[in-house]
Every structure is written in structure tokens, then in C-alpha cells.
Write a protein that binds this ligand. Structure first.
Ligand code: ADP
Ligand code: MG
Length: 326
């Protein structure tokens, strides 16, 4: 059995890049970070608990990826550039067969985003992964939840719903209505286990988007946070919301259900004035990320849904909650 210190030095200690923002990494009482002069620090924590946020027997490489991805996604939603992160880890046992792939998945994504592991804490206990991430953003240009204005367009990145479809497959839900073969489930499961944080898009939207949020609990609920905090409402053209490639093969009903009230998408939902449509498309291009315009912000509070012909839909989102994992 590895000791706590062997474990940290073997799996979670790497020399920080010489030209990066980390002045001192793992090994001392604190790490030392050097944000760029004049920038604001953006800080966020996310905890992943076995049995609640992931299956305890999930592939550890994917879990390492996802643990950091959900934190990077929070930075993306603020338009912040990643600097580094800490990892607080409770483990039932120190097994190399688990630790090696977990660290590999985690650090591979860290390298993609130049976001270094700078410290943490390690303890024995039920599997629990808590990451705190640090990023930087331009003062006054963070994409906050409270900044949407009536008249803004509503946009979403990528596609939605495949992660929820994968969960339905694992749980054998709706088996009389969802027809999915093994390949289709594998396609959907990729989105569930391997979310892509939209960091480059978030940064490209600085000075263009008004408000943004990352979609972790379903579009309708997460957009609802923007609306509430901004004191506005919205109308969504439901059938313009892009379904994931696996979900596209399901019925209209499930496309609506899983794109609006799915979860685990880690796409960005953001608002921007109609005068910035070209700028938004340009931000999408420079960040190689698809974006789709799906509705508009209204002065009238509440979230409304319309179909392709502009006819109001009564989607009863509250009943969708019964299908949820919580
Ligand atoms: P302290 O007693 O000061 O809390 P620890 O003995 O817990 O320090 O940790 C020693 C060093 O290893 C610290 O720099 C800490 O940030 C780092 N560390 C501990 N656990 C992890 C981990 N899971 N990942 C990365 N660094 C870690
Ligand atoms: Mg400690």
C-alpha cells in the first residue's frame, strides 16, 4: 500500500512550467500563483461524489477528465483563462490501477488548457473528488449571470441532451420509447463521460456576450438562473435547440425533454445583443466551437417555449423533474 506522500509524489506532482503562472507548485504549505498584472482572479470549486455524480465503478481515466472538465467549464462560463487547480481527494484505498489512469485523465486535460495542478489534500475515505480552479479574467468583462438584457439573443454552444440519453440507457429508463443500439449508446456515453469545456469560446466572448452560464443541470434550469439574476424572462424556440448526434435519432418528444431538462452537457448558454451576431459567429469560428441562436431575452419574467411556427408550447417542465437524477 502506498503512503499518502508516495501517492502525492508519484501521481500528482509535476514541475510547474517555467513560463507559466505557477511560482510554486505541489510540496509546500501553499502554492504560489502569479496572475497577470491587472487581471481579476476567477475561483470556483466543484465536488464529485461517488454514487451521486458518477458511478463508483466508472472508468478512472474518464473520471479524471470529467472532474477537471466540470471545473474548467465554470471558468469558461465566466470568460476566464485557466491558471491552475487544487485537488482534494478522499480515497477508500490507494490502488495504482485506479490512481494511474485517474491522474492520467486529469493531467491530460490540464495540459490541453495549460492549467497546472498546484496542490491539494489527500485522505482516506469514501471516494470524493473536490477541485478548486483558479483563472483570470479582465476586470469588467467577466460573463456574469446577472448581466442579460431584454432584447438579447440567447445562444448555446455545441449540442445538448446526449449525456442524459446515455444515463437513460444505463438506467433502462423509457425502454418502450427510447430505441438505442449499443453503438448509439456508446456515442451518447462519450458525451456523458468526456465533456468538452468551452474555455476558448468563453474567452472569445469577452466584450461580446452579456451573460453566460455553463449547462450542468439542464438548459431550462440553468438559463433560469440567468433570467432570475438578471430580472428578465425569455422565449426559447424549442426546436432550434441542437440535439446531440445520438439524441437526433430519438423522437421529437425526447429531443425536447433531454435538451431542455437533461443535464451534464457542459455547454455554454449565453446572451448577446442582436448587434453582436457577427461578432458571436466570429468568436465561434476562432474557438472552433459551434454556436446556435435559440431564443431571445424578454422584459417579461418567466421562461416561455414556442415551436417552429411561433406557437406557444406548454411543456410542463416541472414534470420533467421526475425523470431527473437528483
Ligand atoms: P498540509 O499538511 O500542509 O496540508 P499535505 O501533507 O496535506 O500538506 O500535502 C503536502 C503537499 O502535497 C501540499 O503542497 C499539498 O498541496 C500537496 N497535495 C496533497 N494532496 C494532493 C493532491 N491530491 N494533489 C495535488 N497535491 C496534493
Ligand atoms: Mg493537507
Amino acid at each position: 500500500m502506498l503512503s499518502e506522500f508516495d501517492l502525492i509524489s508519484q501521481y500528482f506532482t509535476r514541475a510547474p512550467r517555467a513560463d507559466g503562472p505557477v511560482a510554486l507548485g505541489v510540496g509546500d504549505d501553499c502554492a504560489l500563483l502569479m496572475p497577470t498584472a491587472g487581471m481579476q482572479l476567477a475561483v470556483s470549486s466543484d465536488m464529485l461524489v461517488a454514487g451521486r455524480h458518477f458511478f463508483a465503478d466508472v472508468d478512472p481515466y474518464s473520471l479524471g477528465h470529467k472532474s477537471l472538465a466540470v471545473n474548467l467549464s465554470d471558468l469558461a462560463a465566466m470568460g476566464a483563462r485557466p491558471l491552475g487547480f487544487t485537488l482534494a481527494l478522499a480515497l477508500p484505498e490507494a490502488r495504482a490501477e485506479w490512481l494511474a489512469p485517474f491522474a492520467a485523465g486529469l493531467l491530460a486535460l490540464a495540459d490541453v488548457h495549460d492549467c497546472e495542478l498546484i496542490g491539494g489534500d489527500t485522505t482516506k475515505g469514501p471516494l470524493n473528488i473536490c477541485i478548486t480552479i483558479f483563472g483570470e479574467t479582465l476586470p469588467g468583462q467577466a460573463l456574469r449571470r446577472d448581466a442579460a438584457l431584454a432584447g438579447d439573443d440567447i445562444w448555446v454552444s455545441g449540442t445538448l441532451g446526449d449525456a442524459r440519453l446515455a444515463l437513460a440507457g444505463y438506467r433502462h429508463e423509457f425502454t418502450d420509447q427510447i430505441i438505442m443500439d449499443g453503438d448509439e449508446h456508446a456515442l451518447a456515453a462519450t458525451r456523458m463521460h468526456h465533456p468538452t469545456p468551452r474555455v476558448a469560446l468563453g474567452i472569445a466572448l469577452r466584450g461580446i456576450a452579456h451573460a453566460a452560464i455553463d449547462i450542468s443541470d439542464g438548459l431550462a434550469g440553468d438559463l433560469g438562473h440567468i433570467l432570475e439574476r438578471s430580472g428578465v424572462g425569455a422565449t426559447l424556440a424549442v426546436d432550434t435547440i441542437p440535439s446531440g448526434p445520438a439524441l437526433l435519432r430519438q423522437t421529437h418528444t425526447f429531443q425536447r425533454l433531454f435538451t431542455l431538462a437533461g443535464g451534464d452537457d457542459y455547454e455554454l448558454c449565453f446572451t448577446a445583443p442582436p448587434t453582436k451576431r457577427e461578432a458571436v459567429m466570429n468568436a465561434a469560428m476562432v474557438s472552433s466551437t459551434e454556436v446556435t441562436r435559440i431564443g431571445c431575452v424578454d422584459a417579461l419574467a418567466g421562461l416561455r417555449f414556442i415551436d417552429v411556427n411561433g406557437v406557444p408550447l406548454d411543456l410542463q417542465l416541472t414534470s420533467f423533474d421526475h425523470f431527473r437524477t437528483t
